[in-house]
Design a protein around this ligand. Structure first.
Ligand code: GDP
Ligand code: MG
Length: 158
């Protein structure tokens, strides 16, 4: 069996407000063979949003993004799978909504992205991002030894 890799995912506020869409995305997560290791529902504070998106702070969309991400609760996930970082980004689809319609209409963003800002989900882009992002939202999670310490939980809705 190939080793499990962790990734960090967020379901963004506009989706959390829509129970049926949320349920559909959870189903997509599980049927794509991700194991849900941790979940948490939490509204970004301004400080957290600024830290989380610090690489984008000079971009034209930054204020819009921070305002949106602090507008209500998001769902945070630690997911495990082989090649989890790449596979989750593939399931999410492209960042920009217009691109999803050509490249990946069935992806999460293709189906549920409303705009470039409200594009439904987040996924880490590298092992370094996973470490930073998990550290921000699951500060007690032992990213190096997690599989030795607890059984992964397989249900998305806990
Ligand atoms: P991601 O890794 O695919 O989420 O994309 P990025 O790391 O490049 O950008 C972070 C987030 O900023 C995206 O998920 C979008 O919500 C937002 N974003 C990125 N590019 C744009 C853009 O061109 N316009 C707007 N309005 N938002 C953007
Ligand atoms: Mg990114």
């Amino acid at each position: 069996m190939r080793p499990l890799q962790l990734t960090f995912a967020i379901i963004k506020p506009h989706v959390v407000k829509q129970p049926l869409v949320l349920e559909t995305i959870r189903d997509m997560i599980l049927t794509s063979n991700f194991k849900v290791v941790k979940t948490r529902r939490h509204a970004f504070t301004l400080k957290e949003a600024e830290l989380f998106y610090e690489e984008h702070r000079n971009k034209f969309f930054y204020n819009r993004l921070v305002t949106f991400m602090t507008s209500g609760p998001s769902d945070f996930y630690i997911l495990a799978r082989d090649d989890a970082i790449k596979e989750w980004r593939k399931l999410m689809g492209p960042t920009k909504v217009f691109k999803t319609q050509f490249e990946a209409p069935d992806s999460i963003r293709g189906q549920f992205g409303l705009s470039d800002t409200r594009n439904a989900t987040h996924g880490s882009d590298s092992p370094e991002s996973v470490r930073k992002e998990v550290g921000l939202f699951f500060p007690h999670f032992d990213i190096e030894n997690w599989y030795q310490e607890e059984e992964p939980k397989f249900r998305a809705n806990q």
